[in-house]
Design a protein around this ligand. Structure first.
Ligand SMILES: Nc1ccn([C@@H]2O[C@H](COP(=O)(O)O)[C@@H](O)[C@H]2O)c(=O)n1
Length: 295
């Protein structure tokens, strides 16, 4: 193993796999030399910044936080559960192509959002359902968020979840710092605070590239930050940095949470560092400390 990688003991964790450690070393070296002023972090949210499981039990996504809450009728809960049981296996099915999955993912998100809109969800109840949920950020989250704030490194959270719920999760954890920007599906409430639709273009798991290209203003503001640390948990997350201007170095870290054997090769082919069933932010934190010269 090479020297820079040795400097980051977390990369020797059992959960870590790398297709090309040499490339990881070279990228880390360039990013460290360029320093924190040239860095931006782009991260997915559900199952990337949040835990996939805790004590053997699945943790909820933003959608699941609402789906399982007291804001949803029993009948609607059953329908949302049916949708999850139908479409989640498709999302993680490595035998189907993205082209085949894409329309089915649009179908899932659209049907789920239509059901949520029928539930007359009140904006002022979101905080309480997040509080009562089992949502959990990954271990080491405080170090992750606080370090990026302290180093003035912008964090873009790019999520196909629900922006209002996501924001509430990080707000309640006390880490919704001013360096954070969120691209996600936001709820549209009427004047009495009742959900009536979702705003803007739908973001689902396979159209993050289009979402990135719609937000050129954000990437224009960050044009001097040509080094990117990208964190994701699906192959769709790999396109989250497609709007970055003057990209020089990108290091992609992928969490492989589910169907590990079937999917490991495709993750190794596309992510620089693959974290298998790792519920922590230890590796991203160690890499950030290294790049920003804080270790
Ligand atoms: N009705 C739905 C639709 C999607 N999901 C899950 O949300 C995840 C997307 O969010 P990211 O932050 O990872 O972009 C995705 O992995 C779906 O499994 C859901 O739970 N319910």
């Amino acid at each position: 193993m090479t020297s820079h990688i040795k400097m980051i003991p977390e990369l020797s964790k059992e959960s870590v796999s790398m297709r090309d450690p040499q490339r990881v070393e070279e990228t880390l070296n360039s990013m460290r030399q360029a320093g924190p002023n040239t860095l931006q972090v782009i991260s997915d949210f559900d199952m990337t910044l949040t835990r996939f499981a805790h004590n053997g039990k699945r943790c909820p996504t933003c959608h699941n936080i609402l789906d399982n809450s007291k804001l949803i009728s029993e009948e609607c809960k059953a329908k949302l559960k049916d949708l999850l049981n139908t479409y989640y296996p498709i999302e993680i099915d490595s035998s189907r192509s993205v082209d085949e999955k894409l329309p089915l993912m649009v179908e899932w998100w659209t049907k789920a959002h239509d059901l949520l809109v029928q539930q007359q969800i009140r904006k002022d109840r979101l905080a309480i359902v997040v509080e009562e949920s089992d949502a959990m950020l990954r271990d080491g989250y405080r170090q992750f968020f606080d370090h990026l704030r302290d180093q003035d490194v912008p964090l873009l959270i790019f999520s196909a979840g629900i922006g209002d719920v996501l924001e509430e999760v990080i707000r309640q954890a006390g880490v919704f710092h001013p360096n954070i920007k969120v691209f996600s599906n936001y709820m549209d409430f009427d004047e009495s605070g009742v959900l009536r639709a979702f705003k803007g273009e739908l973001i689902h798991i396979y159209n993050k590239r289009e979402g990135a290209l719609l937000n050129t203003g954000h990437f224009q503001e960050l044009r001097a930050r040509h080094n990117v640390l990208l964190l994701g948990d699906s192959l769709g997350d790999l396109t989250m940095a497609d709007g970055v201007q003057n990209l020089e170095n990108i290091l992609k870290i992928g969490y492989l949470n589910d169907k590990v054997e079937e999917r490991k090769q495709s993750y190794l082919n596309t992510y620089d560092i693959v974290l298998v069933k790792d519920e922590t932010l230890d590796v991203p934190n160690a890499i950030l400390s290294y790049i920003t010269g804080s270790q």
